[in-house]
Design a protein around this ligand. Structure first.
Ligand code: SF4
Length: 434
């Protein structure tokens, strides 16, 4: 009988892909069936995120619950970014944990599984040439890593400490993986990296060297592949050639994430983001000029140390001008191993909370206006998920979630859909083509 694996994935798309890699690697040695119930699992993996404080605090209470309810011989592994930054400390605080595996060491899952209290968290380990086994939670769309780690030193961010220096995966390996995924039915790929458009900065081989714009060209030649998405690009590396390629290549989906973090040039400097408010706005204007149909999403931190009312107003100004379709906004949360955690001018949490509410309230109004205007519009939707009650879901080219009536035969198809109902988070439509 197959063993059962319970895997909880927190955080970003990189973590989701790391979980897929772990599932694939485990299956090289033994067949595991995924379960949603930790009490029946033979192996429990918590793939953690440490970008914000909450998931870290939750980790130890979860370990306690899992250890209490698990079967006697079930192993528990803690993986991902929190594993990288806490390392052996996790086993000290929670001895029921059998192994700790860092975000940069995913390929070693079968080694740590068989070594009691193993801790593998080195951040200089190079996985860029490692050939992972295949597993995709949804074979209709492929997530593919193009780089690992991050060379930036944003003063609020723990990622460089947990994922290590940036290394690009050779383009030939990327193209090979995408070709395989496309042959198995994936019409869409999501290219993943901490700074995708810094691709090509460093390789551990001289084969397949190119930059991100060139990589997009190579990927778009893949037979059977119709859509390319990527996350996350960095505003600093959005040169004209990259934006022109984004706009002109029909396979590149017209949805772009441009993480702002703050609208204040003064704060951006303290954050060490490497760009100004003016550069950010200039890049957004260029996207709108070259590609008016594109949607722009962003990340914003409110209450970064030293943020004044004037700084915050500048963030509001950027929101008013760009009118982001999606906005991931958070109150600044001091993270260990980051310079900003020690800055003396931490913002009063009440003030930060008020600013966040103001920002999110205004964004909600903007989003409602954007979504209401979708009524009667037509989109090409790639249906990739079956929903209850005879419905299917998919994404429009510009990233909107669209539901329609339909069944299996629509899965894996790109169809023209007319929008008949709108809401803040999703759209409803009817399929126009048979
Ligand atoms: S670019 Fe900055 S925010 Fe993004 S992962 Fe690197 S250090 Fe963190």
């Amino acid at each position: 009988m197959a063993k059962k694996l319970f895997i909880e994935t927190l955080g970003c798309a990189m973590n989701v892909r790391d979980s897929e890699h772990m599932i694939a690697e485990l299956s090289k040695e033994e067949h595991y069936e995924l379960t949603e119930h930790s009490h029946e699992a033979d192996l429990i993996i918590i793939n953690t995120c440490s970008v914000r404080e909450k998931p870290v605090a939750k980790l130890f209470s979860e370990i306690g619950i899992f250890s209490k309810n698990k079967k006697p011989n079930t192993k528990i592994g803690v993986c991902g970014c929190t594993a990288s930054h806490l390392g052996a400390e996790i086993i000290k605080r929670a001895p029921s944990v059998d192994f700790v595996l860092g975000a940069r060491n995913v390929s070693k899952i079968n080694q740590v599984l068989h070594t009691k209290h193993a801790v593998e968290v080195s951040t200089d380990y190079d996985e860029s040439l490692y050939d992972f086994a295949e597993y995709r939670s949804n074979p209709l769309k492929a997530m593919v890593n193009i780089s690992i780690g991050c060379d930036k030193q944003c003063t609020f961010c723990i990622v460089p400490a947990t994922r290590g220096d940036e290394i690009s995966i050779p383009s030939a390996l990327i193209v090979r993986e995408i070709t395989k995924a496309a042959a198995q039915g994936a019409k869409e790929v999501m290219l993943l990296g901490q700074n995708v458009n810094n691709y090509g900065r460093r390789f551990s081989t001289t084969d397949g060297v190119c930059d991100f714009t060139q990589l997009l060209g190579k990927v778009s030649e893949t037979e059977g592949l119709e859509r390319i998405r990527f996350t996350s690009p960095h505003p600093l590396h959005m040169d004209d050639l990259f934006l022109e390629t984004f706009a002109s290549n029909p396979k590149i989906c017209k949805q772009i994430h441009i993480p702002l973090q703050s609208g204040s040039t003064r704060l951006l400097k303290i954050m060490k983001r490497g760009y100004t408010k003016e550069w950010f706005l200039d890049r957004c204007r260029k996207v709108r000029l070259l590609c008016p149909e594109a949607t722009i999403s962003t990340d914003i931190i409110v209450g970064f140390p030293g943020e004044s009312d004037e700084d915050f107003e500048e963030t509001m100004e950027v929101l008013e001008e760009v009118r982001f379709e999606q906005m991931f906004s958070f109150k600044y949360s001091p993270r260990p191993l980051t310079p900003a955690a020690d800055y003396p001018d931490q913002v009063d949490p009440m003030i930060a909370a008020e600013r966040l509410t103001r920002l999110q309230t205004r964004h909600t109004q903007i989003l409602d206006e954007i979504m209401d205007a979708q009524l009667g519009q037509e989109h090409y939707v790639y249906f990739d998920e079956l929903k209850p009650y005879g419905r299917v879901a998919g994404r429009s080219d510009d990233g909107k979630l669209v539901f329609a009536e339909g069944s299996e035969e629509l899965l894996g198809q790109i169809k023209k859909v007319r929008i008949t109902k709108t809401s803040r988070g999703a759209l409803d439509g009817i399929v126009l083509e048979s």
